[in-house]
Write a protein that binds this ligand. Sequence first.
Ligand code: MTE
Ligand code: MO
Length: 231
Amino acid sequence: GFIFFAILYSAGRLFRGWPMADDTERPDLIGAIKDKLIRSKEKWAEEGRLLTGRPDLGHVNRLPPGQRLVTNWPVLDLGAQPDVKPENWRLRVGGAVENPAVWTLEQFHALPQEDFTSDIHCVTAWSRYDNHWRGVSSRALLDLLKPKAAARHLIFQSYDGYTTNVTHAAFSDPDVLLAHSWEGAALPREHGGPVRVVIPDWYFWKSPKWITRIEFSATDRPGFWETRGYH
Ligand SMILES: Nc1nc2c(c(=O)[nH]1)N[C@H]1C(S)=C(S)[C@@H](COP(=O)(O)O)O[C@H]1N2
Ligand SMILES: [Mo]
């Protein structure tokens, strides 16, 4: 009897997926992984297509070469969008920092809040101007976390399994934030709510949606698109 129920219980746990190392539930993933899109983008990177360099920071050419301006906001991701309930959201920051942190959404909202306006550039050739964000600046986060001198790189991890890396220098830019609002309303799920990273001076694959972990590291570690040819 006991063995039977033990097996049933284990099977149930496996079926729902193991809980994450912490005690928060892994959210449901809505949708199917876009294998075809992933393969196409990997091929474009190999051919160097659409990778035209960093957006022009001086805004002499605000629309980078090869980009087309859009007024809607396209949704780009791997296809499976996590449904992270606000009460289950956690941000864990660790690695080479003096003050590792775990924040609930409520605690995150209690950190100093700022408004930002910036452009989005996706490597699939669309740009969107003047997005109004609200959230916590990277500067404010760095003041709290106190990265150690060796912490040259950040590795982001999201609830959909997506990862991406940036240098500490890029994360320290004054227009970088962790955003919970867009155009005066809560960031919608499909765009990364409850909280996403926004790093506007880089193509948007460096701006992870559904952020849940940030690791400061002495060594660089390529993320999802970086291992597939994007740099
Ligand atoms: N977690 C997660 N973040 C992600 C992605 C993803 O697949 N998963 N895709 C990236 C890419 S390639 C782009 S262009 C932007 C798109 O953000 P949007 O859907 O809000 O326009 O999210 C980035 N952040
Ligand atoms: Mo993208």
